[in-house]
Design a protein around this ligand. Structure first.
Ligand code: 5GP
Ligand code: ZN
Length: 115
């Protein structure tokens, strides 16, 4: 499986940088974001080094589908019951900071909302 030795998320996949994992299988890894924007904020990544959505082709449809399909189960397991949000940033102008494709999944209570 392709990896970039300088990539922080490839290092997380390889266990060279610690992470709070919530799921691992042959193809995917999911872990808590180190600087959460929501009470529950996880990142789902392909283990293979795909730089961004800009590099995705039809060949990646399976792995992308599995990233999306994994998210509701993980949110349920983490106690998120009232909805969640997906974000994928792509490229510098798309606010991407880590150049290894990742799906942000965020949920949890927003107590400042009324009703
Ligand atoms: P981006 O802006 O590229 O879409 O988001 C990158 C995300 O990765 C950020 O939310 C950031 O907090 C998270 N992140 C960066 N480095 C690490 C790390 O070493 N460990 C974890 N768990 N998250 C990281
Ligand atoms: Zn990588």
């Amino acid at each position: 499986m392709s990896a970039d030795p300088h990539c922080i998320f490839c290092k997380i996949v390889a266990g060279q940088i610690p992470s709070k994992k919530v799921h691992e299988d042959d193809e995917l890894l999911a872990f808590h974001d180190i600087h959460p924007w929501a009470p529950v904020h996880i990142l789902i990544i392909p283990k293979q080094h795909i730089v961004s959505m800009a590099d995705v082709t039809d060949d990646h449809a399976g792995v992308l589908g599995r990233m999306m399909a994994l998210s509701p189960r993980l949110m349920r397991d983490l106690g998120v019951t009232n909805g969640f949000r997906h974000v994928i940033n792509t490229g510098r102008d798309g606010h991407q900071e880590v150049m290894h494709l990742h799906l942000h999944v965020m949920g949890g209570p927003r107590p400042w909302l009324k009703g």
